[in-house]
Design a protein around this ligand. Structure first.
Ligand code: ADP
Ligand code: ADP
Ligand code: MG
Length: 649
């Protein structure tokens, strides 16, 4: 086995790889950018080497610096993790050219699967069904539109070099085409430096099901069963599980065979994932399953496969790279139980999944679950990398049991100081549809629609939210001197905020666990008991969830409120004034944002590039730009003023 391995990555996956290396007595070498100088992966590794500034292009994507670090430290192999350089064939080639082992497939295999249109052609030739679509080199967007009209709407525009859900746009009709094309190709330019687009027939109620495959240098290739990754937001996976619920053995066998057909067609080596899309509008059958793409690396959600097979996939990767045969033959790989993974991301769900950035002041993670995490208290979440904070993985003998464990574990988990999607994850796990395995990629729109910002919450939603806040403060034994100290003698007010509107609810306490809540003329008696929070006779614990300064209520949709916490005040400034303020730090691109210019509602004034994404700042109403504070192409902070507009018309 290798004596030492350099891990060309960061975050949870770097920590995950180090764990296996430690167990196998392999020395680990971490690399880090300036933003990561205190990061956990640098502490866990035997050696850590700085590779440059925070910007990934100058550090985690800088091939020369990473190779230099490997040579200086004498690393025998490089594990690329996922994202970053993991699917870059030039990197894999350069590593090998320098006499270092690349832990992954040969550069040629990465290249073959790297562009989605080419991968589809290879799959089709191997007898794997693919979706109707179109792509030609240097094709004009007018020609692409013609093809879209021919295929019929809805269609999906996709960046051929895409990954991580970026550069994908659903187009519902001809009139949406050009605007969608421009947005998607711009996003693709930013994320992949390649603007080539293809179109594909859009499947309306799809499930994303993928097959883990593994190959070695001796012609052995096996599958490690399937995973369902249908719970997504913005075409990015949020919850993944293995095995996939509610599909027949016949469908499973079909998927395994199709995945191996493709892997065999390219003599695949190492860990890979063949992704499929299935039409789930009716029962899934083998005529309605198509190849999507192949990822030639370890997948974020490899954990659920490990849980049900009892294998360590990083160890398998290391063994294959070390020219050993696959540890097990197909017949000897068995499944036991069910496993579900949830991705905790730093983002403000109701603000369009806007990344949340800042210092983490508390980390609490479930004790009953497998946790893959790299964030520690006082770490900063920066705008430079993507928003995945940690993964929670629950395993049970049945799916039902895994869901129960996950739900319990999520309720015990918290990242303080930043906004996270934990409330949303709990909401998903607890819906009857998820529990029945009635899932598809449109799950969030179908079952947890966000109520329109303009739709007012009902009194009962407000009471539920306020009761949860009281519960939270009591449970947390918050600082009783800060406004909540006189509950017992006086009435207190809980201020909930949603879409710029403040709702004041009155709390009056009878004793430390019984109180009345009043909003307008609705009064409810609330009780905190060891069995949960009751309003009247109803146990409402499963409907409400508090996390940090957010409280969420699940009642025909997800209602989220914030409650006053001083440190977030600056974020609200943009909503209450005529200022254009970026909520995220990043690189500012002004668009015709000039003093004295008249702009109409919705007109784009600026973009901020952060966390590999682009955030748009638009005029909230018809108005005049009175002052511009920021300069084009500059790095701005969260909360920094960009422009001031005239009063709303
Ligand atoms: P998985 O399919 O393993 O869940 P994702 O597609 O969500 O993985 O991507 C895993 C990580 O890699 C994410 O951080 C994503 O942003 C990043 N990523 C994936 N593909 C690319 C790519 N082509 N270029 C840059 N980053 C990518
Ligand atoms: P990426 O490289 O970004 O992972 P994929 O091609 O794997 O891109 O697609 C990502 C997600 O987008 C899929 O998991 C699925 O939810 C959605 N998607 C992709 N292609 C289609 C399609 N033809 N119809 C409907 N949804 C699709
Ligand atoms: Mg994909």
């Amino acid at each position: 086995m290798f004596k030492s391995v350099l891990i060309a990555n960061r975050g949870e996956i770097a920590c995950r790889i180090i764990k296996t290396c430690d167990r196998l007595n392999i020395q680990t070498i971490a690399v880090f950018s300036d933003a990561d100088y205190e990061a956990k992966h640098t502490q866990l590794a035997d050696l850590a080497i700085r590779i440059g500034p925070s910007n990934p292009a100058e550090s985690y994507l800088n091939i020369d610096t990473i190779i230099a670090a490997a040579k200086k430290s004498g690393a025998e192999a490089i594990h690329p993790g996922y994202g970053f350089l993991s699917e870059n064939p030039d990197f894999a080639q350069t590593v090998e050219n320098n006499g270092i082992k690349f832990i992954g497939p040969d550069p040629e295999m990465i290249r073959l699967m790297g562009l989605k249109d080419q991968a589809k052609r290879i799959a089709q030739n191997a007898g794997v069904p693919v979706l109707q679509g179109y792509k030609a080199k240097n094709i004009s967007k007018e020609k692409l539109l013609e093809e879209a009209n021919r295929i019929g709407y809805p269609i999906l525009l996709k960046a051929v070099a895409g990954g991580g859900g970026k550069g994908i746009r659903r187009i519902n009709n001809e009139t949406e085409f050009f605007a969608g094309f421009d947005q998607a190709s711009k996003e693709a330019q930013l994320a992949f430096g390649n603007t080539e687009m293809m179109i594909e027939k859009f499947i309306t109620r799809p499930r994303h099901i993928e097959v883990q495959v593994f190959g070695d240098n001796f012609g052995n290739r096996i599958h490690l069963f399937e995973r369902d990754c249908s719970i997504q937001r913005k075409n990015q996976k949020l919850i993944e599980e293995a095995p996939a619920p509610n599909i027949t053995t016949q469908v499973k066998e079909f998927l395994y065979e199709a995945a191996l057909k493709l892997a065999n067609a390219i003599d695949y080596k190492g860990a890979g994932t063949v992704e499929f899309i299935a039409d789930a509008s009716d029962e899934i059958n083998v005529d309605k399953i198509w190849f999507l793409e192949m990822n030639t690396r370890l997948q974020v959600e490899h954990t659920v496969t490990e849980q049900i097979t009892g294998l360590d996939l990083v160890e398998w990767q290391l063994r294959v790279a070390n020219n050993e045969p696959l540890p097990l033959s197909q017949e000897r790989v068995q499944i036991q139980g069910h496993s579900i993974e949830a991705r905790i991301c730093s983002e403000a769900v109701l603000e369009g999944y806007l990344p949340s950035i800042g210092k983490v002041n508390k980390v609490m993670l479930a004790e009953n679950l497998r946790v893959e995490n790299s964030i520690e208290t006082w770490n900063s979440i920066t705008p430079f990398y993507d928003s995945l904070l940690a993964k929670l993985i629950a395993t049970g003998t049945t799916r039902e049991q895994a869901i129960k464990e996950l739900s319990k574990g999520m309720r015990q988990s918290e990242f303080g100081g930043i906004k996270t999607n934990l409330n949303l994850l709990v909401g998903i796990i607890d819906t009857p549809e998820f529990i029945h395995g009635d899932i598809n990629t449109g799950f969030l729109d179908d079952y947890l629609p966000f109520p329109q910002q303009s739709e007012p919450p009902s009194n009962s939603v407000l009471i539920l939210a306020a009761a949860a806040v009281v519960d939270f403060y009591l449970l947390q034994r918050r600082n009783w001197k800060t406004g909540f100290s006189h509950w017992h003698c006086h009435r207190q007010t809980i201020a909930l905020n949603r879409s710029n509107i403040q709702y004041d609810l009155e709390v009056s306490f009878f004793n430390s666990n019984t109180f009345n809540l009043r909003f307008a003329d609705a009064i409810s008696k609330c009780q905190l008991t060891p069995r949960g929070l009751f309003i009247g006779l109803e146990n409402v614990s499963h409907k409400v969830y508090v996390h940090n300064s957010q409280v969420s209520v699940y009642e025909t949709g997800l209602w989220e409120f914030s409650f006053a916490r001083k440190e977030f005040d600056h974020l609200d400034e943009s909503r209450t004034s005529n200022l254009i303020i970026s909520q995220v730090p990043g690189l500012l691109k002004l668009v015709n944002c000039k003093e004295g210019k008249t702009v109409s509602k919705g007109e784009i004034l600026a973009y901020v590039e952060a966390m590999k994404m682009e955030f748009t700042l638009a005029a909230p109403s018809d108005c005049v730009i009175e002052k511009v504070f920021a300069t084009n192409n500059s790095l701005i902070k969260a909360g920094e003023k960009i422009a001031q507009l005239s009063a709303n018309n």
